[in-house]
Design a protein around this ligand. Structure first.
Ligand SMILES: [Zn+2]
Length: 481
């Protein structure tokens, strides 16, 4: 908000009563001052006229003669353009205002009748008596707007793909929503400029890009319709339009014109509808809404996968989900959510979790049949961690001192082992693999990691890779003093 606008508001606040209307500030009986487009004060003279302030961005200009032609169309008066002048065929009822003439020609600038005088004044004044006043507004709709449900659904349906199922419309409603167009004249020495300002139902001015998107700038008259705004709502919108705050700092002068010369209600189609996607006995709903002119198919939000998609499919339990999130279990063939599948570390297959188990060495899921026994530690491990039948844990023993916590617990439990030296250790998810050496022999023990209880003992000669598993009955040779 510009400093100027702030100053104006402060001045109003000091001098005049302020009331709230539709949440917008309306100045009651303010003084008038004229403002140039650049926002400089020319002079201020007390008057009863309200200050009109419409954001420049919300104002669109139109040629006066085009606007007069439009008003003639609104009044269902046949007209044609001849040599840049509008010639109107007058209805019987109006001819007495024109001295009995059956046609009236309007000048190329739209400001006067040519060769005929109208009791009601200028062309604009005369046409205004027929339609477009605040109490009897003109009605219009955007040109080329979708008018029927099939025009809407025709744009939407092709976007959706339902694997093994169908999409159909369970409801679609076209509602007319009103915008109010206020038409002001800006007069100067050279010409009369027609300015349109567009007001939404909440009293806000409609930005220029929305005016274009909704086609508010290209409207055609519609006959007086049963769909009429309640006078109080129309009044509220017009008044709000007259007091729209200027957020940009630009102010368009209306040169003291208190009221819009023409008020037009533009009915714009708004769509509310719902699609249903059905596969087998299951179905899901997809609501849509928006302006008929700009409505585009929106992706379906899949609540199961929290994804947005135009492609739907069904998993084997019947749930309809985003098709891209469905995959097939390589083992069972079931169609399930991709997130329910795991990848076997041995084969790369995507399978349900029930077909795999974790490898105690790699911790990776592997199909159950891709496990084998390590000939050194005796553990069931997955094939990818085996080399020459020895698992990665047994191949990666590392030296530790006998003060290592794991070794210390083993020694505490089996004190006789203290005579062994050169400790080495490796661990899987389930067991510790402990190696120790003497002068000639070496010992390999597999201990449960939970309680450090030895579950296997093997013995070998130093310098040899061969190990012999010791019968449990002979463990006392190693574990007793
Ligand atoms: Zn092993």
């Amino acid at each position: 908000m510009s400093i100027f606008t702030r100053a104006v508001q402060a001045w109003f606040a000091c001098c005049h009563a302020i009331e709230w209307f539709m949440g917008l500030m309306v100045v009651a009986n303010p003084g008038t001052f004229q403002v140039r487009v650049d926002g400089m004060i020319d002079h201020h003279l007390p008057s009863k006229s309200p200050q009109l302030s419409i954001p420049r961005t919300a104002v669109r200009e139109e040629r006066l003669v085009d606007f007069v032609g439009w008003l003639a169309t609104c009044s269902q008066l046949p007209w044609s353009e001849i040599d840049h002048q509008l010639q109107i065929i007058l209805p019987e009822s109006a001819r007495n205002q024109f001295g009995g003439c059956d046609t009236a020609t309007i000048s190329s600038d739209g400001r006067r009748f040519v060769d005929v005088t109208c009791d009601a004044g200028s062309p604009l004044d005369w046409l205004r008596t027929r339609s477009g006043k605040r109490e009897s507004p003109a009605f219009a709709r955007p040109v080329g707007e979708p008018m029927a449900v099939h025009e809407i659904t025709g744009k939407i349906f092709p976007h959706y793909e339902v694997n093994g199922g169908t999409a159909h419309l369970v409801g679609c409603q076209l509602e007319d929503k009103p915008f109010v167009r206020l038409t002001f004249l800006e007069k100067n020495a050279e010409r009369v400029q027609v300015n349109h300002a567009y007001i939404a139902t909440d009293g806000s001015s409609v930005p220029s890009e929305i005016v274009e998107e909704l086609g508010l700038d290209q409207v055609e008259p519609v006959p007086v319709t049963q769909r009429s705004l309640h006078p109080s709502q129309l009044d509220a919108m017009v008044n709000a339009g007259l007091s729209v705050e200027n957020h940009s700092g630009d102010i368009v002068p209306m040169n003291g014109v208190e009221e819009p010369v023409v008020v037009t209600i533009i009915w714009v189609k708004y769509v509310l509808g719902q699609l249903q996607f059905t596969i087998g006995n299951e179905s899901v709903a997809h609501a849509f809404e928006g302006w008929a002119r700009t409505l585009q198919a929106a992706p379906y939000h899949c609540p199961v996968t929290n994804s947005h998609t135009f492609k739907l499919g069904q998993v084997d339990d019947g749930t309809i989900v985003a098709a891209d999130e469905i995959d097939r279990c390589n083992r069972s063939g079931a169609h399930v959510l991709r997130s329910d599948l795991v990848t076997c570390n041995a084969t790369g297959e995507n399978v349900l979790a029930e077909f795999v188990k974790p490898c105690p060495v790699s911790d990776q899921p592997v199909l159950s049949e891709y496990f084998s026994t390590c000939r050194r530690c005796g553990e069931e491990v997955s094939l990818p961690v085996l080399q020459k039948e020895v698992c990665a844990a047994c191949r990666s023993l590392g030296p530790v001192s006998n003060a290592d916590p794991t070794i210390a617990v083993v020694l505490q439990k089996y004190p006789a082992l203290a005579r062994w030296r050169w400790w080495q250790l490796s661990q899987t998810r389930r067991v510790s693999i402990v190696q120790a050496s003497g002068m000639v022999r070496k010992l390999l023990m597999v201990c449960d990691r939970q309680n450090q209880t030895i579950t296997q003992i093997s013995v070998g000669r130093r310098g040899s890779s061969r190990w012999t598993v010791v019968d449990r009955q002979d463990w006392s040779d190693f574990l007793d003093r």
